[in-house]
Design a protein around this ligand. Structure first.
Ligand code: NDP
Length: 297
């Protein structure tokens, strides 16, 4: 390594290192440049830095140089395995660094990552970003953070350059956990819409025609959450409004309509299987909220 190229860590200065230049890391480095930060970047595939370098970012010659350039190091990688692959060989340069790990992974991986960073003298904040790259720097969206509160507060201004911040607690796994909760809902809901769109299309109904209908259903979900949440919290799964036997029949109609349309019925079939499981356990006269408990078994 050419140590002459290594600069002294800038603590009070507006400077940051961004490691990982996928769509997200590039948007983040760009937001820091827009905010007037001195930005050092590194990426396995170096040419992903070209546009950022043209805008004033410094492309480090290696990972170690990128780490030594600044105290604050933002990681935007596919997962934590990528962090180890990149940083393990440069671990000597981790001492004194603040790793803001915005790579998504499981809560357990986040806890292990924080312990691994501490072993090398670095402090670690876990982040779970809740926006696509286009939302970075707009402050319309938030990022979950967890880890040492003092560390979060010390760097909150820098974190706010990217998105709004939502600190969830000291446990490094918490930000990852809240992120995964959101992802569970996001992926299953979005996939449900794609399945419905496919079923509509198979029957000659276009996506544009479906859009207002799907939007009304999804928007209306908030009212279901308002109604069901206190009942679930009170352990009330009474079948006064809806019953699992009705849901089994309804889902069965969906599965058959899907199959008759030549569309893969695997997705509604999986939901039907969950309702049948609840019914077979003797809950056919309960509300569908009984699934809250059936899922946990
Ligand atoms: P990508 O997976 O497209 O890119 C992430 C970066 O990880 C790339 O720079 C890639 O390097 C690097 N990388 C992956 N594996 C390795 C490895 N083994 N060694 C070295 N480098 C590696 O992710 P995004 O940029 O889209 O997202 C980054 C993180 O943000 C992810 O965890 C994602 O889940 C999360 N996120 C993404 C959102 C999105 O809409 N994109 C939304 C919210 C969160 P290279 O360029 O060389 O391939």
């Amino acid at each position: 390594m050419n140590t002459s190229a290594v600069t002294t860590p800038a603590v009070d200065d507006l400077s940051v290192t961004v490691v990982g230049l996928g769509p997200m890391g590039r948007a983040m480095a760009g937001a820091y440049l827009d905010a007037g930060y001195r930005v050092t970047v590194w990426n396995r595939t170096a040419n992903r830095a070209d546009e950022l370098v043209a805008r004033g970012a410094v492309l480090a010659a290696g990972v170690e140089e990128a780490l030594r350039a600044n105290e604050l190091v933002v990681l935007s990688l596919t997962d934590y395995a990528a962090m180890y692959a990149i940083l393990e060989p440069a671990a000597a340069a981790l001492d004194g660094r603040v790793l803001v790990n915005l790579s998504s992974d499981t809560p357990e991986q986040a806890r292990q990552g924080a312990a691994w960073a501490a072993k090398h003298g670095a402090r670690h904040l876990t982040g779970g970003v809740q926006t696509p790259p286009s939302g970075i720097g707009t402050h319309e969206f938030g990022t979950f953070y967890s880890g040492p509160r003092d560390l979060f507060e010390e760097h909150e201004d820098a974190l706010k350059v990217l998105t709004d911040t939502d600190y969830r607690g000291e446990d490094p796994g918490l930000a990852a956990l809240y992120y995964q909760l959101q992802m569970d809902l996001f992926w299953t809901t979005l996939t449900a819409w794609l399945h419905t769109a496919s079923l509509a299309h198979a029957n000659g109904i276009g996506l544009s025609e479906l859009k207002p209908l799907a939007t009304a259903t999804l928007t209306g979900m908030g009212q279901f959450l308002d109604f069901y949440t206190p009942r679930i919290e009170a352990g009330d799964h009474g079948g006064d409004v809806d019953r699992i036997s009705m849901a089994v029949a309804s889902l069965d109609h969906v599965v058959h309509t899907t199959r008759d349309s030549g569309v893969d019925p695997a997705l509604p079939s999986a939901v039907l299987a969950a309702f049948r499981q609840a019914a077979e356990a003797g809950h056919q006269d309960d509300s569908l909220t009984r699934l809250f408990e059936v899922f946990r078994r």
